[in-house]
Structure formats: C-alpha cells, structure tokens
Design a protein around this ligand. Structure first.
Ligand code: PHE
Ligand code: FE
Length: 299
C-alpha cells in the first residue's frame, strides 16, 4: 500500500485490508481493469503500450526516490535495487522476473491492482509476487490511494532478492491461507502493515527502512527515521498484531527488527493459539505505549 500522508477521510484499517474485487476501502470501484484477468487475477502487462510520458514519469519517480535511499534504506534494498537496473523506464515484468527467479526462485506476475486475500496469499505461497500494471498520473506524484507499479516494483521487489526475506514472504502467504478459517486475517494484516510495508531494521550503521511503503514514499522515508514524533519500538509479534494502524497518515508507531532472520524466526511458530488469544484482547491504538516498553531514538 502507499505510504504518503494525504488529506482526506480517515479510513478504517479493516476496510483497507479488504482486497475485494468490486470495492475498495471508500466503497468506490478499484482503479485497475479487471476485465481481462484470469482466475488468479493475472493479466499480461502491455509494456509496448507504455507511453514516453509514462516512462518519463517513472524516471522522475525513480530518481527522486533513489536519491533518498542512502543512509535511510537498508543495504540489501539498495544493493538489489541497483542490480535490477530499473531506472530508465517502466520495467518489463517478464524480463525482471528472470533475474529474480535465478536469485531466489520468486517470479513476478502482472495484476490489475489489489486482488482478493486468498488470491494474494496463493501467489505469495507459490513465490509469485503480484505487481500492479498501471502507473499513477503526474498529479499523483506524491500520493496514491491504491498501490501502483512504482510502489509494487520499486518498493517490494528488491528485497525479494534477499534469500531470508524471500523465504519469509512465502511463509507469510502460506500463513495467510492457514489463517483464513481461523479468523486470523485482521492480525496478519497488521503484521504485514508494520513489517513488509512500514518496517524498520536496526543495523550497525543505524536505523534503516525496509518496508515498501516507506521505501516508495517521498516523505515518510525520512520521517520514519528522523522525526521525533512517532515512536519506534522493538518488534514483537503479539504486540504488532494488537496494534491498529491508519492508512491516511504517516504511522504513529514503527516496529524495529534486528535482522530478517529475526522476522523469519519470530513468525515461524504456529499462530493458531495466538489468534485465539488475540480475539479476546482489546486492540491497541496506533500510538499506544505500554508501561514496560522502551522507545528507540530516531537516527
Ligand atoms: N507461523 C504462522 C502460522 O503458523 C504463519 C506465518 C509465517 C504467518 C510467517 C506470517 C508470517 O500461522
Ligand atoms: Fe505494498
């Protein structure tokens, strides 16, 4: 999802996670063209139809964002982004997919936009990452409501080249399918939000961003690391799963991992008893701080 702050209505986090075909969080139609999608919501990316103006907009988005990465994005993200050589224009997903498959066995599939939960999880569980095919308009340079190809590709794909992160995301997909009949999706949504989209990582050089929503955002990438306003606390699965979030503003809390191995290991246990426990616990506000919690200083 997109990460930049925008004026507008406060959207409920539950609604935000409803990846339904016909509706999005504000009740409007999803933006993509779903008419030609197959049963897995996969489409062909009509790359030759991308206009020079669209490629130019991609280059502008890429250049602005790439300049913000040093000292802010984790090293694995920066290294793998460079290796993808995607600065010159909208990438051809089938081509980018070849290098990714060689690296970690993941492939990219083109989709019209948000897809239903189960479809999303099935793709991840099969090491396929769904990438939205449309690009925002120039007027949406700083903010889009639904994820576009810039967010999905620039924000998410580089870390799919990292073996541990890649394995974690597959486990997340499998975990999603498992959680559906257990009523665990609201909790898994919060986990995804506070890690894959808005996660921070502590490195020897300092705090860095690894969440795609941060890495594709012109404003929140600096805010999440440097602003004294939000709180940063150590990653804990149950704490994250209890914590609500807002989709219309910068985050009020960021959760900090030490390594992708920590993320993998802490999410490996069977979540079945955890979901049962969470169903009887009140959720925490996005800015809650529990008595025993220590905040981590900004960089
Ligand atoms: N370990 C979780 C379970 O058993 C699955 C999962 C793995 C969920 C990784 C999220 C991330 O349900
Ligand atoms: Fe995203």
């Amino acid at each position: 999802m997109n990460a930049t702050a925008a004026p507008g209505v406060a959207l409920d986090e539950q609604a935000a996670f409803l990846r339904t075909l016909a509706e999005k969080s504000d009740g409007g139609k999803l933006r993509g063209d779903y008419a030609h999608a197959d049963a897995a919501y996969v489409v062909t990316q009509d790359w030759p139809a991308c206009t020079p103006a669209q490629h130019a907009l991609w280059r502008r988005l890429y250049a602005r964002q790439a300049a913000l990465l040093p000292g802010r994005a984790c090293a694995a993200f920066i290294d793998n982004l460079e290796r993808m050589q995607a600065s010159a224009g909208i990438p051809e997903l089938a081509v980018a997919s070849i290098a990714l498959q060689q690296a970690t066995g993941w492939t990219l599939v083109a989709v019209p936009g948000l897809v239903p939960d189960q479809v999303f999880f099935e793709h991840l569980a099969a090491r396929r990452f769904p990438v939205t095919v449309w690009l925002r308009t120039p007027e949406e340079f700083d903010y889009i409501v639904e994820p576009d190809i810039f967010h999905d590709f620039f924000g998410h794909v580089p870390l799919l080249f990292d073996p541990v992160f890649a394995d974690h995301l597959q486990e997340y997909g499998k975990g999603g399918l498992k959680a559906m009949p257990l009523g665990g999706l609201p909790y898994l949504a919060r986990l995804y939000w506070y890690t894959i989209e808005f996660g921070l990582i502590a490195t020897p050089a300092g705090l860095r961003a690894y969440g795609a929503g941060l890495l594709s955002s012109g404003g929140e990438i600096a805010y999440c690391l440097q602003s004294p306003a939000p709180q940063r606390i150590g990653f804990d699965v149950e704490r994250v799963m209890r914590t609500r979030y807002r989709i219309d503003a910068f985050q009020e809390t960021y959760f900090v991992i030490e390594s992708f191995a920590e993320l993998f290991e802490k999410t490996a246990p069977d979540f079945t008893p955890l979901y049962a426990r969470l169903q009887n616990l009140a959720p925490l506000a996005a800015n809650a701080l529990l008595p025993d919690e220590k905040v981590i200083a900004p960089t």
